[in-house]
Design a binder for this molecule. Sequence first.
Ligand SMILES: CCCCCCCC/C=C\CCCCCCCC(=O)NCC(=O)O
Ligand SMILES: [Zn+2]
Ligand SMILES: [Zn+2]
Length: 423
Amino acid sequence: LMKTFPTIFSSSLIQHELVANYSHLFWVQGSQPDLLPYLLLAHTDVVPASESDGWDAPPFSAKEIDGFIYGRGTIDDKSSVMGILQALEYLLLKGYAPRRGFYISLGHDEEVMGYMGAVNIASVLKQRGVQLLFVLDEGFAVFDGLISGLEGPAALIGTSEKGFATVKLSVSMIPGHSSMPPSETSIGILAAAVKRLEDNPMPRLFGYGPERGTFEHLAHKFSVPVRFIMSNLWLFSPLIGWVLERKPDTNAFVRTTTAVTMFNAGVKENVIASLAEAYVNLRIHPAQSLQEVMDLIQSTVGDQRVKIELIDGSDPLPVSSADEKSFGFQIIKKTVLEIFSTVTVAPGICVGNTDSRHYKDLTSDIYRFIPIWFKPGDTQRFHGINERISIKNYEEIVAFYFSLIQNCDIQKLPEPHSSVHEL
Ligand SMILES: CCCCCCCC/C=C\CCCCCCCC(=O)NCC(=O)O
Ligand SMILES: [Zn+2]
Ligand SMILES: [Zn+2]
């Protein structure tokens, strides 16, 4: 970073510090100290990737194919790390000095919950008495063609994020010779418990959380018969929920999702396994609590031999403002529309978790959005194979932050236009 962005690291306007050895915190001084600062967030770590899973290019090669850069992290979250810094480097080179000061925080362990990076940066800022106007992190994006009937792309700005639970299920039994097996093994008991969880998804809750506002915002962009349905969610929520749950990416809006992500058991082919363990990762719909989810897991597993432990978890996050007076939301929206004039901007509930949740004591307004385009098939690239970003889209991301930083320099939002009736 120091080699690529020399102006940032030598600017007298910028203080840079390392937190918890590997996370970066930048303070960009504004000329008007009375303006409340904001925070741009991203992270430098990535989830693992293995070429043998079927990548078209080695996952750490950043190889360009047909206008796309392939590599783990190109979506999550290097485009944002580099986009923010590239935009700031350009601005400084042009002689720009912001009026409103801002922080840039780059965590190093977001994919393992941010307990070292984001947690320590948030605590440093808290000790310094910092209050933030808003926080902008990764999370949601521009979605194009993911919901049938929706005309044109939609930029969803995450005004909240789902809660989560990581639950360990385990079954222990006395090991023995595989030639004299008991009628049930630890592996069989655990597999049956896991299957019951997969066969009995958490209840459909579409319409009971902030996702309702998303679809109300988007209603006018649906083709005519669907528009009527979307405009009457009080009546049609069950029907829409039923349609959305058919695809994994839209099912995430509908309910608490249940993903069995790890399963380990056995040490040798002729020994009855003494221990079988599985990890289940759930993302909690805003209309449910962590405790309610734990109770449902208990009753669905319904077998005292399966030990159920909550390893980590949190309730869904508070909902940030998205009205006409919301500085952060309106500035992000304005900036999106400057870059992509044809998209519809709407608030949404981010289906994954982000470092931004660790900053909730420093601000009441947290937004999750990077202007990355997701077309059909692209959501599977997130933590999956062939993660990639188009060079054009990367330029748009840089342009987005370049513009956003300048747009934040206004003192306050212009007054909303009064209607004739109000006059
Ligand atoms: C017009 C509406 C279409 C909506 C389709 C939404 C599909 C959502 C697809 C992708 C977004 C996924 C966001 C996840 C961001 C989380 C970042 C992350 O990996 N955090 C770690 C973690 O959650 O474990
Ligand atoms: Zn991420
Ligand atoms: Zn991630």
